[in-house]
Design a protein around this ligand. Structure first.
Ligand SMILES: [Zn+2]
Length: 133
């Protein structure tokens, strides 16, 4: 378990690397610790240490593009889903928010293609010839 002073030093990146890594990885699936970190950040001068700024310094903590895609599709397991939501909404990581916007646009384009493909098939079948599946 990590103490608040440790979390504080984590935010300052003032812990030994192995401890930084331990806290980072614990944050991935410990909703409790995520909430405590948010509180610690809230106590600090928001202008100097926004949680988002801290996170941008820790790219390792960003979910992968695959995870963000799974999040959009709603197929992440609960722990991962909580983490991605925390990352996108509480941390408000601009990098990942941009990825999500991008992925969403890709999915929408793929959906549009699927619809026009169905229309084409319908047209062909109603015209009397169904293209091979
Ligand atoms: Zn991120």
């Amino acid at each position: 378990m990590f103490t608040d002073p440790e979390l504080d030093r984590f935010l300052d990146e003032a812990l030994p690397p192995e401890q930084m890594a331990a806290i980072e990885s614990a944050l991935r699936d410990d909703a409790n610790l995520q909430a405590r970190l948010a509180v610690v950040v809230g106590r600090r001068d928001a202008g100097v240490h926004s949680l988002g700024a801290v996170w941008r310094g820790h790219r390792l903590s960003c979910p992968t593009r695959e995870q963000l895609g799974s999040h959009l599709l709603g197929v992440l397991d609960d722990g991962a889903e909580d983490y991605v939501k925390f990352h996108l909404e509480t941390i408000a990581c601009r990098l990942c928010q941009a990825s999500v916007t991008d992925l969403r646009a890709q999915q929408a384009a793929a959906d549009r293609d699927a619809v026009s493909e169905r229309r084409k098939r319908y047209f062909h079948s109603s015209a009397g010839y169904l293209p091979p599946a």
